[in-house]
Design a protein around this ligand. Structure first.
Ligand code: HEC
Ligand code: HEC
Length: 215
């Protein structure tokens, strides 16, 4: 009898453990939170464009930092400031984990094929240092910002926000961008957009790595 009770108790606690882990699993809750973003950012964060960026596979720390910056007004936004205010930091962390795990689907859009190679060279020289692997998502790395496969109109808005000082550009990015525009002119940006839209396989020449400045 005693063993019987013990057994039952064991089954009971195993069951309780099961129930509590499934209730804690971030599956339903995180997905429910993320589903409220789908109208603009697409199913599982792959936007159907063109002004809302894809947020699938985003770096989870960058995600939370970006959302908090939207809340505080530290990062310029048209809409996200208001939306971000509706979530606690814990909910943002849950959503960040959820989006990080989603497969990234590059935007299907038109681009100028003739400019892609030039764009790859420019990217390598001026952008690869921080936007690694051609700006593709690299979910196993930390601290990455996706550009490849992102909607071109969104990238253009983001770039304009930086250039018109609505968004604060990281200092070294500003330096690289300035030197690119000085050496190669405004069309160099179009070549970069073509390269990001093409989402090609990319091999860095290492040119971005042997850079003087670190901070
Ligand atoms: C009404 C459309 C809309 C909805 C709904 C929406 N977003 Fe956004 N989101 C945008 C737009 C547009 C931007 C570009 C910034 C801006 O102008 O607000 C953006 C930008 C972002 C970014 C920055 C991406 C980057 O690459 O820098 C993140 C992160 C983000 N949204 C997360 C979310 C989350 C999480 C939700 C749901 C809780 C959500 N958004 C709901 C339209 C929307
Ligand atoms: C020194 C590192 C560095 C370099 C070099 C750099 N970037 Fe960035 N870039 C960043 C960081 C950090 C952010 C995120 C800034 C923020 O939080 O607002 C960013 C953000 C961006 C964004 C906005 C992305 C979004 O989803 O909102 C674009 C577009 C961009 N970079 C383009 C470029 C291009 C094009 C080049 C090359 C000419 C370049 N960057 C070079 C660090 C860099």
């Amino acid at each position: 009898m005693a063993t019987q009770t013990k057994k039952l108790a064991l089954v009971g606690s195993a069951l309780a453990l099961c129930l509590s882990t499934s209730a804690m699993a971030e599956g339903p809750t995180a997905k429910m939170l993320a589903d409220t973003c789908a109208g603009c950012h697409g199913t599982n964060g792959n936007s159907v464009g063109p002004a809302s960026p894809s947020i699938a596979a985003m770096d989870p720390i960058v995600f939370v930092d970006t959302m908090i910056a939207f809340q505080n007004g530290d990062t310029y936004s048209t809409i996200m400031g208001r939306i971000a205010k509706g979530y606690t930091e814990e909910e943002l962390e849950q959503m960040g984990e959820f989006f990080h795990k989603q497969e990234y689907v590059p935007a299907e859009q038109e681009f100028d094929q003739a400019m892609v190679d030039e764009g790859a060279k420019l990217h390598d020289k001026y952008c690869e240092k921080c936007h690694i692997e051609g700006g593709k998502p690299v979910p196993d790395e930390e601290d990455y910002y996706i550009l490849a496969g992102q909607w071109t109109p969104y990238l253009k808005y983001a770039m304009t926000d930086f250039q018109e000082d609505r968004r604060i550009m990281p200092k070294k990015m500003a330096r690289k961008l300035d030197s690119m525009l000085e050496d190669k002119g405004e069309e160099s940006l179009d070549a970069l957009y073509a390269f990001y839209a093409a989402y090609t396989d990319f091999e860095s020449s290492g040119a971005g790595d042997d850079d003087e400045d670190e901070d």
